[in-house]
Each structure stands twice: as C-alpha cells, then as structure tokens.
Design a protein around this ligand. Sequence first.
Ligand code: PHE
Length: 408
Amino acid sequence: KSEETIIVCGREYVKDEWTNVTPNIMSKTPRKLHLHPSHPISIIRSLIEKHFATFQAFNDFEPAVTTKMNFDDLCIPTDHPTRIKSDNYYINANNLLRAHTSAHQLQGLRSGATKFLISGDVYRRDEIDSSHYPVFHQMEGLQYFDMAPKLTAQQVQADLASQSKLAADTIQLTDSTIIKPENPLQERHHPDAVQPVIAHLKHSLNSMVRTLFHHEPNLQVRWIDAYFPFTSPSWEMEIFYQGEWLEILGCGIVRQDLMDAAGLHDKIGWAFGCGLERLAMVLFGIPDIRLFWSEDERFLNQFASGEIVKFQPFSKYPPCLKDISFWLPETEWNENNFCEIVRGVAGDIVENVTKIDDFKHPKTQKRSLCYRITYRSMDSSEIPRNVTNEEINAIQENVRSTVEHDLA
Ligand code: PHE
C-alpha cells in the first residue's frame, strides 16, 4: 500500500493533514472487549442490557465513523472545541475513530426501534493516569415516545413499571437540579410533553444504578446540570468513589433536530451515554484502567459471564519513576501530543504522566517543563518479567529523542 493511504477496520482511507491515528491505537480496534462474554466490560454491558430488557441492542457498529456522524448529525458546531485534532484520532479530514457512541444515535433512530442501546469502543486523546486510557467503552441508550398531548404521566408510569426494578435502600441519591434558563427545555417542547419524559429518564437511570450497585453499601449518587449540544436539558450522574465524584454518564432530552432528521417530528425522546470502564472499575474494584487490556490469564480468569466479583491484584512489580524536562519550542505546546508520544514509544507500561515543574525564565521568558513518567508493568503480557532499570532507561531514552524530534 502506498504511503498516502491507511487501512482502518478493513477499509482504505486517503491520508491528509488531519491524519493522526497511530499504529498503537489502531491495534486496539479488533479487540472488541465489550463482546468477550467473561470480560468485565462485557459483563457490565450485559447487566445493563438485562436491566433494559425491552431495548434493542446494537453492539457491532464499527468504530471508524465520519465526522458527520460524530459531530454534524449531533448539532455540534463546526468551530466547537470538541472537534480539535489534539483531542481526537482522525483517520483523515472526514473520518475518525468515534469519540462517543452518540455517533450512532441517528442510525439507531432510523432503525425503527423506539428504544435501543448501543455499545462499543470509543477513542480520545487524553492525559495518562489510572482512570484515563485513549480507548474506552461506552454504552448509549435512547427511548422515545409520542409527543403530548397524547402522552400522559400515567402512560409513562406504566412504561416504567414494565422495567425491572430493584430496591436498594443503601444508595443515597441526590437530585437538586431544577429547570433553569442555562439548561432549558427546548422551544418545541411544551412542558406538559417534556416533564413526563424527564421523569422517565431520571427514573430509568436511577433504577439502572440501583440494579448495578445493589451490593454496594452506602453508595452516594448525585445528579448535576450539564451541557451537550445534542440534548437539552442535559445532566450528568456522578458517584462518590475513593474520595471523589466520578462522572459515570451524561444524558438529556434529545434535540428535536435529531428526531426530525430521522423523520420522527412528533416524537420526543431521552438519551444517555455511560462509560463502562468507570462502572467496571468501581464494581469489580479494578484499580487501573490499563488492566482491561491485559491478556494475562491471571487477570482474565478471575471473571465469569454475569458475575460481579472483587478483583484480586496479582502484579506487584515495583514502579520505576523517570523525569524528563525540556525547554518548550516556539511552536504551540499541547500536553496530549506529548502523552501520545510517551504512549506510542512505551505502550502500556506507562502508568502515569504528571507535570511536576513549570518554569518561566524571568529574563528570556522561555518556559521549561518537567514531567514525571511512572513506568510499571501490569502483567506478563507486554514484558515477560520484571522490568529492569536498563530496559526502562532505554525506553526513556527513546521517549527523550522522539519528543525532541517530533515536538521541537
Ligand atoms: N456522548 C456524551 C459523552 O460522551 C454522553 C451523552 C450521551 C450525553 C447521550 C447526552 C446524551 O460525553
């Protein structure tokens, strides 16, 4: 194949100045962790599918999508920051690895299903730490109804009653969100039409977390206002875990433009998108997001389809810390690009990258940064034994020269 083209998910694309997918990232597209029945990601997916038992599940949409699907169809303006190159993996100017499962909302709406779930791998350039990895999994849910005056609160209640419900009094739920101008109802939605749909959405998601966390004592869950270009009003749900509030899902009332695009002018719907790794880390007690990618049987053999068990740590390889510092080049500095280089050179043995110093020379105004890279092998799959200091030194040397070459 010529230098000018690239094969992603079995299709050939012409490269251009937007192309920034890396071989390391593309190697993840065939893994499809959400479809391995005894993998934690797949276990969470099927628990959610079981909870929303009457929803149609789409699990096989390919991660290579058009910018139209990922952005335009979702009313994301052309100049919206979420499109920037340094946050996404572009195949070329018109195609990318999807950044969210919302990229398939319109496809789902056009399928004819009135309620559906979509799960899959999603890709974002990001920082590196124990809860951020450039590939993760999301599950989208969407349900729509006839627009009022036909829809009544009773009908909504009746629909909810058909969902599986599990009382878990140990969960403390707080919702102090109220409708306000900053997070408004849509113009085309009469309050009588949208209020029961909002109630249905919140109830559906509250009952989903109750189902998932019914073993977890004293779990704290809260609703907060949010903003997404493709829903209004919008909210996020967070759970309190290890001393901090973790965002587990975003949701809201689907923009009527999307319903229109699917020919559903007189319907009104809600949608949510949740992160499966976040839920799995909490439920299985998995401390590091890289573990999901492990092919070590000491990891994989701990789990079985349909079961939630606490993860037993096995690798106690010591971490190895290395610092790298440099003067910034004249060109624009972007931390995600730096992390991408570290990840590209060192792969999954990078546990964390943290900026530890940021210095501006008082006279020359030149800025220098120092980053601390934590290397630690998670398991035996990347490096067959404990990582030696020499190996790390060689990797660090490689990081150093690649940064110098690519970012200067
Ligand atoms: N796609 C959003 C995200 O990735 C989540 C979302 C889905 C929000 C559906 C609203 C409706 O953050």
